[in-house]
Design a protein around this ligand. Structure first.
Ligand SMILES: [Zn+2]
Length: 389
């Protein structure tokens, strides 16, 4: 059975047709605040995907960017009275430590926006020269979305829906001099207290979306096998990346699979910094071992939207303890191994795969359990004694 994955662009589950090496680009963080459960769900899901792809015989080349200069991080640095680069470095370290504890393996490359600016300037120059972007009188450069006519098709949203999300996610629909309110920023002059880089359009700094197109081109080439992130990135961020990249390279589709992870809520409301309803990974790791938290995350299918629940996390921790205990048994169950293999290949069905591991634990098939659990990133048996649980 081939691996099958849901492609947001096709809006269907399809056979995953990649060569031996899978080029994976996952949009990373803006490092200005602590890792919350929504981040953890995204990066643990892509880590599980990477491990499963490796298990079925691929080599995965993964890239995850760090947006270490943008409006959010500059504002936060101003509030804290610290240098934005220092803030970024500190938060990246904390983020890396958090997801490392959850068993997320490092990406092969982690490019920083601040180190990509010369290549970004070159890309913006290319977009302007190709007629895909234009300058406003105040020195901003915008991507011309009307020229492409594909923003709605990519996002699956109607125009009012696009306008609402664009504004909500930091876009500037009302800015002066734009041809279309949905045209998105590629380059802007820096404010006096902001960092700036030389460009054809005077000293300034990049918009957000362009960095990912440039990093993909630099690290992986004109197209990728999988382009992923949280579902809230579909519009405008990922749609913008597709328009930029396909306009720059003349090649497409930009991604073989466009892959998005669901949103995590608290009491039914999506977790977000602006609402302050965040559950932090560090707090959970003070109460539970990392394997339990990882299991809790992967009990949800990567495309599902779900709500954090204390009781469910406690149940997941008990389930993880049962695995640890059962890992000492010596039974084998080939039928369960086959069912596990079907589940992970079927659009990364981790909830079903975990149910199968539970069954293996229940019937004392410890040999099978020890062999399968690492495919999802669970090391069994663990280094401490399971006799005391
Ligand atoms: Zn991105």
């Amino acid at each position: 059975m081939r691996m099958r994955l849901y492609d947001t662009r096709a809006r269907a589950v399809r056979d995953f047709l990649a060569g031996h090496t899978v080029r994976l680009y996952v949009c990373g963080i803006t490092p200005y605040d602590s890792t919350h459960l929504g981040h953890a769900f995204t990066y643990v899901s892509f880590d599980a995907l990477t491990r499963v792809l490796t298990h079925v015989g691929h080599r995965v080349l993964s890239v995850r960017n760090v947006t270490d200069v943008d409006d959010d991080i500059l504002r936060r640095a101003r509030e804290l009275g610290v240098d934005y680069l220092e803030l970024g470095r500190r938060e990246v370290q904390r983020f890396d430590a958090d997801i490392d504890r959850l068993g997320v393996r490092p990406a092969d490359a982690v490019p920083l926006a601040t180190e990509t600016v010369p290549a970004i300037v070159q890309a913006v120059r290319g977009l302007v020269a190709g007629g895909h972007a234009y300058a406003t009188p105040d020195g901003r450069i915008y991507f011309d979305t009307a020229a492409s006519g594909r923003f709605a098709e990519l996002s699956g949203l109607d125009r009012p829906g696009m306008l609402a999300q664009f504004a909500e996610k930091g876009g500037d629909p009302q800015a002066a001099g734009k041809r279309d309110p949905l045209d998105f920023l590629l380059w802007q002059p820096s404010a006096p207290d902001e960092p700036s880089w030389d460009s054809d359009w005077g000293p300034g700094r990049p918009g957000w979306h362009i960095e990912c197109s440039v990093m993909v081109a630099e690290e992986l080439g004109a197209v990728v096998d999988i382009h992923g992130g949280g579902r809230d990135l579909i519009f405008p961020h990922h749609s913008a990346e597709i328009l930029q990249s396909e306009s720059l390279t003349g090649q497409g589709p930009f991604a073989r699979v466009w892959m998005h992870v669901g949103m995590v809520a608290l009491d039914g409301v999506k977790m977000s910094k602006s609402l302050g309803n965040l559950v932090f990974v560090r707090d959970l790791l003070e109460r539970y071992e990392a394997g339990a938290v990882r299991r809790y995350l992967l009990e949800h299918h990567y495309r599902a939207d779900w709500s954090y629940d204390d009781t469910e996390l406690a149940d997941a921790a008990c389930g993880f303890k049962r695995w640890q205990k059962a890992a000492g048994t010596e039974g084998e169950r080939d039928d369960l191994a086959a069912a596990f293999d079907r589940a992970i290949r079927d659009d990364l069905d981790t909830p079903e795969a975990i149910r199968i591991l539970d069954e293996a634990a229940e019937v004392g098939a410890g040999t099978t359990l020890r062999r399968l659990a690492p495919v999802l990133g669970f090391a069994l048996p663990v280094s401490f004694s399971s006799a005391d649980v």
